[in-house]
Design a protein around this ligand. Structure first.
Ligand code: PEP
Length: 257
């Protein structure tokens, strides 16, 4: 099976809605210059909540080959949860993907696999696609337990989801020690864990589900290293932080082929 690559740029808490306008326009112009139409790669931007409406209006209005994603979602449907944004609210803004369980959410907001699992289920129930982040910290990597640790996160975050749901979603393997550090896992490191994730999904579900699932690598991806990482058989895309804030650089990542 051929899986369509997916490149997602996570802006984190950067770019207000005015800056976002310039960013998306420059990205779209750069992609248009190279005649990119979105048919070969999914190009996804992940702005802060406050930018979503502005970016959605631009993307839809100008028919840009760019898909909108959100950085997080509430595990609740509605009610007295000050500061939270529900899956239904995101779906109404034509958000297509939602990142859940990013290591910064796990680290600074104590999100557990159980919470991430609930969020993924809410995203799916609202008709969107979760990008579920997993990956080990440096201590675990040094102990050589990175595969076992990450697969445990995979099992926890997929709990209760159907084969059909799992086939449709995206898992991002992001070794925490490689995020925002300039420290990139080697393509072989990325393949080792992405391959193990696919095998685990085949064991938990079936081969067809594992073959359909898209797995991204994330951690200091740039235009200069993306092609080697994408060359690995179980890597289907990248979740990009810092480099996604430079439109030409992110466009080069999207156009890596
Ligand atoms: C991320 O935050 O998901 C990430 C991969 O960041 P960076 O590309 O900056 O390492």
């Amino acid at each position: 099976m051929t899986r369509k690559p997916i490149m997602a740029g996570n802006w984190k808490m950067n770019l207000d809605h005015v800056e976002a306008t310039g960013m998306v326009q420059k990205l779209a112009w750069t992609l248009a210059d190279k005649e990119f139409d979105g048919s070969t790669v999914d190009c996804v931007v992940v702005p802060p909540f406050t930018d979503l409406r502005t970016v959605q209006t631009l993307i839809d209005g100008e028919r840009m080959p760019i898909t909108l994603a959100a950085q997080d979602v509430s595990e609740h449907d509605s009610g007295a949860y000050t500061g939270e944004v529900s899956a239904a609210m995101l779906a109404k803004l034509r958000v297509k993907y939602v990142v859940v369980g990013h290591s910064e959410r796990r680290q600074f907001h104590a999100e557990t696999d159980e919470v991430v699992n609930t969020k993924a289920a809410k995203v799916l129930a609202a008709g969107m696609t979760p990008i579920i982040c997993v990956g080990e910290g440096l201590d675990i990597r040094k102990e050589g337990r990175h595969v076992e640790y990450t697969l445990n996160q995979v099992r926890g975050t997929l709990a209760g989801l159907t084969a059909e749901q799992v086939a449709s979603l995206v898992i991002a393997y992001e070794p925490v020690w490689a995020i925002g550090t300039g420290e990139v896992a080697t393509p072989e490191d990325a393949q080792e864990v992405c391959g193990a994730i696919r095998k685990e999904v085949a064991d938990l579900y079936d081969d067809a589900t594992a073959e359909a699932l898209r797995i991204q690598y994330g951690g200091s991806v740039k235009s200069g290293n993306v092609a080697q990482i994408m060359n690995k058989p179980d890597v289907d895309g990248a979740l990009v932080g810092g480099a996604s804030l430079q439109p030409e650089e992110f466009a080069a990542i999207v156009l890596y082929q």
